[in-house]
Ligand binder design. Sequence first.
Ligand code: HEM
Length: 547
Amino acid sequence: MQQQLRWGEVRVRQPAGRGSGVATAPAHLVLPHHLQSRKTSPSEPTEWPIVGHLLSLAANIHNFHDWATGVLAGSGYNFEARLGLTGLRFFLTCDPSNVRHVFTANFANYPKGDKFTVIFDVLGGGIFNSDGESWRRQRVKTQTLLADPRFRAFTARCCRDKVARSLLPFLAHAADTGRPCDLSDVVLRLSFDMTCTLVFGVDPGCLATGLPVVPFMRATDDALETLFLRYITPMALWKLMRRLNVGPERKMAAARRAIDSFVAETVARRRADKAKDEGAAATDGDDDDSAAADLLSSFLSDEESSSTSDEFIRDTMVNFLVAGRDGIAVTLSWFFYLVSANPRVEQKLLGELSLVVAARNNNGGAAAGGSAADTTTSGSGAVTFDASETHSMAYLHAALCESLRLYPPIPFEHKTAAAADVLPSGKELEAGDQVLFFTYSMGRMEGVWGKDCAEFRPERWLTAEGRLRHEPPYRFFSFNAGPRTCLGKQMVFVQMKTVAAAVLWNFAVDVVTGHAVEPKLSIVLHMKNGLAVRVRRRDDVMGHGRS
Ligand code: HEM
């Protein structure tokens, strides 16, 4: 029987006198270098002639994040992916020393770059999409807006109210009917409503009864989905689709129209309200202390904003929306999934919450900084927690960090070298070389997080005294590192702890048996099949309730 040939091997005629027929010879003996398949370790994908690593990528695309993690683990945290004759190559890394170098030490050599700006055109000239002086100015302004004590108080209040008025009643209804729900959709709607309230001062009502389709939310979903396709499609091709208004680019154009018209209407309304308020204040001779604290209002009340174009305001607000809406939702989805699979952690979280409730009861029923009536029970009779109470919950904080380590909402970061450079791992980069930093993989490397790196173990974030342990951002990279570190980190913990505490205390969350939970291939680490769960009221959970 004729022997099956492997890729990269070729049949050669046996020289006369050594028998007839064909025999196989290693490709490197007969093919030019660029036509040979190459592989230096078993975990490394094979590099085929003409297509490079594309075949391996295509074969593993359904399991991309874990496959890439295996490749990086097997190749010492660094790997160069080459896409054959396209000439494209990407250096993949999850090496903390490379992160520290690129994001901090040699930050100036790694701007977002033109490619990012072109792909993410929906972000306009906003902070995510800018470099240099424009970025620096926007960062200072954003820092000021987010650090304003009025905005912080508004964030805590909005989140607690939304949890009490929408989330807990929704879950109570799901528990009473016993029907499963997609918790990842529920928290995405919650986070979209909260983020729109904080950014625009408008709650679009995505988490209303019946979970309605909200065109503005649908438009942002469509835009994010198309952005990922742009990332993996040759630029000339998606630009052609954009010109012809076909395929995903048609969806993107419609999404942009919907986003732009929502933002334009909201900005116009707010400018009109502001003019009215100023007119009234001039008549009364009174300054308005109760002015709205959302970011758009604060932005417009700034002196300079009267000369700021509507286009720039649109870009700024869309960037805030994109920053806020997915991170919280994605983190909470994975958090509830991990907690439901780890009863030991769940019990420790309930134990920590019991102490808060006991302290509240000793205090006459009032949470610190608020009255008992508006901070402890929602309309459905469920208990909510105030930011002043969740602030001290170190174990809950640690469990959220642990979730962010294993499932970072932004699973990879992309940088292009402006000038030639040598990375600490030894990799020599030329100007224009692209580097992909695999945050998802870094959270799963034994050399970085220890032998138990695959386990969900919040204790790794705590000192022996139970205080939070600081992890440098180049190891815990979920919020980025260096001068472009996430500006929303402090506020998202306030929001996520408020949501997580209320859900955990009032409900037991069980993932529906047989439901396959896996990451989606996207620029954001959503769940591919959602998170089908059943919720039960804690009061009804025998032998599993809180102490
Ligand atoms: C769990 C939730 C969140 C996570 C995991 C997260 C993570 C990140 C990451 C990885 C980046 C770097 C993105 C890049 O440059 O490619 C970033 C940037 C940023 N984040 Fe967040 N983020 C979250 C929530 C928020 C929220 C709620 C806000 C508030 C509006 C926010 C504001 C920002 C801003 C303004 C930047 C840009 C910083 C700059 O380029 O200088 N983030 N975030």
